[in-house]
Ligand binder design. Structure first.
Ligand code: AMP
Ligand code: MG
Length: 393
């Protein structure tokens, strides 16, 4: 059995980011940038009005002044107006500021009469003008290597005139659930005694998708060597293969021996982590193979701690860790065991409360939680203490 840190290190060392690709911005969400990008344009690109109103010379537009309206500048082509003291140009939000003007009086503070306008509130120079480059300067870094592309990143790249972006590789994964007792939901509402519905297959599919990877196949396989051999062989065609159940040491746990018979190397078997000890990692023809325990919470925790970072690294992510935030514990917690324990809990308004039964089969508790607290072996913490928790919502 190896430590959690060692397992993570070995997994991350074994997987590579296969390359880069150029994708249209409309398909770039949740990808990771494979290049550093700098601004080629300032934002805003030109001085423009923040309001519908009148562009004026502030010093000659005190409260009570009547100005001559010389023309209109809507958003769009610059009409090359020039505003002198005593004059105003009708202007609209986003329109370029005419030469000579140094402020905008908002429409609500004016009274229009024919080709004149009465100023009802004084303005200061610069008021309601969005200055060229005040948001972003040319040459400023707008996207870092390995940074996640979010909706606002896409908007920023589009504002620079880019139609696409260079991102890390697409990663595809195969998911296999095993077990003679496991039945696909939807096939029957009358299970035979001893049977259970397959929740892990969909859990792992969803987790893979949440990483931004693509689930190429998801299938269930009973504990039969021949069927398992064929199913795993199909799984090897993906870059990542995630198998749940059957990785342990019982007579019906066929995953490890089947993987070996197919020529896979087993680099990790058993990690000091709770839940999740029977964790397996290996490789076969460039496919990263993860064997996760069948217990749903163990599968979930080991996915987040080992599979997620590997997939994110393959996709070109710089940061592969779950986000960590400080939270105040609402209850005493302790770990009497000799393995680090990931306590499932709920974080709300800066607090963390353990939720449900802390056992590896307790799926309901897991479903009510949104964060994990890692307790080192032998560690005890008191209610009120501030701890770092990992969040995944
Ligand atoms: P195993 O790792 O195959 O020994 O399974 C450990 C526990 O997880 C057993 O109680 C199984 O019934 C349960 N289990 C295995 N596979 C699944 C699955 N796909 N969905 C829900 N529970 C499962
Ligand atoms: Mg099993």
């Amino acid at each position: 059995m190896i430590s959690e840190e060692e397992a993570r290190r070995r997994v991350l060392q074994s997987v590579r980011s296969p390359g880069k690709r150029v994708v249209p911005l409309s398909e770039a969400l949740d990808c990771f940038s494979a290049l550093e990008v700098v601004a080629r344009l300032p934002l805003p690109m030109f001085d423009n009005s923040a309001m519908d109103g009148y562009a004026v010379v502030a010093d000659s537009s005190k409260k009570g002044t009547r100005l001559h309206v010389i023309g209109e500048q809507p958003a769009g082509i610059d009409r090359k107006l020039r505003v002198s003291p005593g004059e105003a140009a009708r202007i609209f939000t986003g329109a370029p500021i005419p030469a000579g003007a140094d402020a905008v009086v908002m429409q609500e503070d004016t009274t229009r009469e024919g080709d004149t306008v009465m100023v009802n509130e004084s303005v200061d120079p610069g008021e309601f003008i969005r200055k060229r480059g005040c948001d972003l300067a040319e040459g400023q870094k707008i996207l870092g290597l390995g940074e996640k592309i979010r909706p606002a990143t896409i908007a920023l790249l589009a504002s620079q005139g880019f139609a696409d972006v260079t991102v890390g590789s697409k990663v595809d994964a195969a998911v296999i659930s095993t077990g003679d007792e496991v039945v696909a939901p939807g096939t029957t509402l009358d299970l035979d005694p001893g049977q259970i519905y397959d929740s892990n297959l969909l859990l792992l599919q969803a987790l893979v998708q949440q990483c931004g990877a693509c689930v190429k196949s998801a299938e269930h396989c009973p504990d039969q060597r021949e069927r398992l051999t064929q199913t795993i062989q199909r799984g090897f065609k993906s870059q990542v293969l995630v198998i749940t159940g059957g990785v342990s040491v019982g007579e019906h746990d066929l995953v490890q021996s089947t993987l070996r018979s197919l020529g896979a190397t087993i680099d990790i078997w058993r990690v000091a982590i709770k839940p999740g000890k029977p964790f397996l990692f290996g490789q076969a023809n460039g496919c990263a193979v993860f064997g996760l325990p069948g217990n749903p919470v163990s599968a979930f925790v080991t996915f987040l701690q080992f599979v997620r970072p590997a997939i994110l690294k393959m996709m070109g992510a710089k940061n592969v860790d779950l986000p960590k935030v400080p939270a105040r514990l609402t209850a005493d917690v302790s770990n009497q065991g000799d393995r680090p324990h990931y306590v499932r809990g709920r974080t709300e308004n800066g607090t963390f409360a353990p939720v449900g039964r802390q056992e590896s089969h307790a799926l309901f508790g897991l479903s009510q939680s949104n964060a994990l607290l890692r307790l080192a072996a032998g560690e005890s913490l008191k209610a009120g203490e501030i701890v770092d928790i990992q969040i995944w919502y």
